[in-house]
Write a protein that binds this ligand. Structure first.
Ligand SMILES: Nc1nc2c(ncn2[C@@H]2O[C@H](COP(=O)(O)OP(=O)(O)OP(=O)(O)O)[C@@H](O)[C@H]2O)c(=O)[nH]1
Ligand SMILES: [Mg+2]
Length: 338
């Protein structure tokens, strides 16, 4: 039988097996002993000396880069995670949204969520760097996520400031070209493996494009097609929650077109909600601004509410017994009345 990997330098700590830190650190990465190999003095003296040729067992030290699928599988064995897949056409604003959530947490709590830790700080910082003015661009701009890049998984450990329970949020980001290709050729849907893990599918709607009269017709159709193409071809689990996040709201607030844009967006929201409700899909529609560069007065918008939804505990299944009609027992007849 293989020995459990060494994850902690404290002799006897069971973190590798149970995922729980002996010193009660949560997340376990906060423990000063986590991720280090045992000190020579701490190794039991009766242990036989290592054979010279044997390779020393590797200790996983997090690089801080985004995780890939294999890393996530290992991580999810030690942590209870909530997973959100951010989905959208190229340049819709997926990566910028993720970078904005990270940037806001750097300044303090967002909504009622406190930042506790992250396995992927370097990955966040890289994305955020390009969206900053000091990346020496004339205006903030996030580089395209390449179609050849594997799906990137970001991690956030968060705690509501009213409670003690830490939630581990995993957010997936992938090139919009891959989602666009799957919309056009549904045989590619099965390649989007991150979507099967998602507790929540977040479809990013580019509000700047939707409210552009020249692009509205085509884009509004394509956006709906993307949701149906993925859902109807088994991309998600049955219990997935679906939300639409209209981003770039600042672009719709420019004074010359604000009223017209607001009306287009409200009308599209009403039609989507109606359509998905009648298709029996649990569905929400929300607005964010992740980078208010077109209309500075808009400011960052909706990030706290987004994080709150993404980390909300899943609703418990109903345990109410279905009513028995024409029951022979008195008690069943009484229950049917209620
Ligand atoms: N005005 C405005 N621009 C935004 C906002 N969010 C993103 N952008 C811009 O939209 C462009 C595309 O953003 P990305 O985050 O790279 O989009 P993406 O969906 O990750 O794109 P791919 O990686 O190609 O799939 C960038 O130039 C961003 O600066 C926003 O809230 N407001
Ligand atoms: Mg991207």
């Amino acid at each position: 039988m293989n020995a459990a990997p060494v994850l902690c330098q404290r002799p006897g700590c069971k973190v590798a097996e149970t995922g729980a830190c002996d010193l009660k650190h949560d997340p376990v990465e906060l423990c000063p002993h986590f991720g280090k190999s045992a000190q020579p003095s701490q190794v039991a003296s009766e242990a036989p000396p290592p054979k010279p040729q044997r390779a020393v067992s590797a200790v996983g030290i997090s690089s801080g880069e985004t995780m890939e699928m294999e890393d996530l599988e290992v991580f999810s064995r030690g942590h209870r995670i909530r997973t959100v897949s951010v989905i959208g056409e190229p340049r819709s604003g997926k990566t910028t949204l993720i970078a904005a959530i990270y940037a806001s947490l750097c300044k303090g709590p967002i909504g009622d969520r406190d930042f506790v830790g992250s396995r992927t700080l370097v990955g966040f910082a890289r994305r955020h760097h390009m969206a900053l003015l000091n990346s020496e661009r004339k205006s903030p701009k996030t580089p395209r996520t390449s179609r050849d890049d594997p799906t990137a998984f970001f991690h956030l450990a968060l705690r509501p400031n009213t409670g003690r329970a830490v939630s581990h949020l995993i957010i997936s980001d992938r090139s919009g070209e891959a989602y666009q290709a799957a919309r056009q050729d549904t045989a590619l849907v099965k390649e989007l493996a991150e979507l099967r893990l998602a507790d929540r599918a977040c479809f990013v709607l580019n509000a700047a494009k939707l409210t552009n009269p020249e692009r509205h017709a085509g884009y509004s159709r394509q956006f709906k097609q993307m949701i149906y193409a993925l859902r109807d071809n088994g991309a998600f689990r049955d219990d997935v929650a679906i939300e639409v996040l209209a981003t770039k709201i600042d672009a719709t607030n420019r004074p010359e077109r604000a009223a017209e844009s607001a009306a287009i967006l409200a009308d599209y929201e009403a039609r989507l909600v109606e359509e998905f409700k009648s298709a029996g899909i649990e569905f929400g529609f929300h607005r964010v601004c992740a980078l208010p560069k077109s209309h500075l007065e808009t400011g960052y918008l909706g990030l706290g509410e987004t994080l709150e939804r993404w980390t909300a505990p899943p609703s418990l299944p109903s345990v109410v017994q279905p009513a028995v009609h024409d029951a022979s027992r008195q008690i069943d007849r009484l229950l049917a009345k209620w």
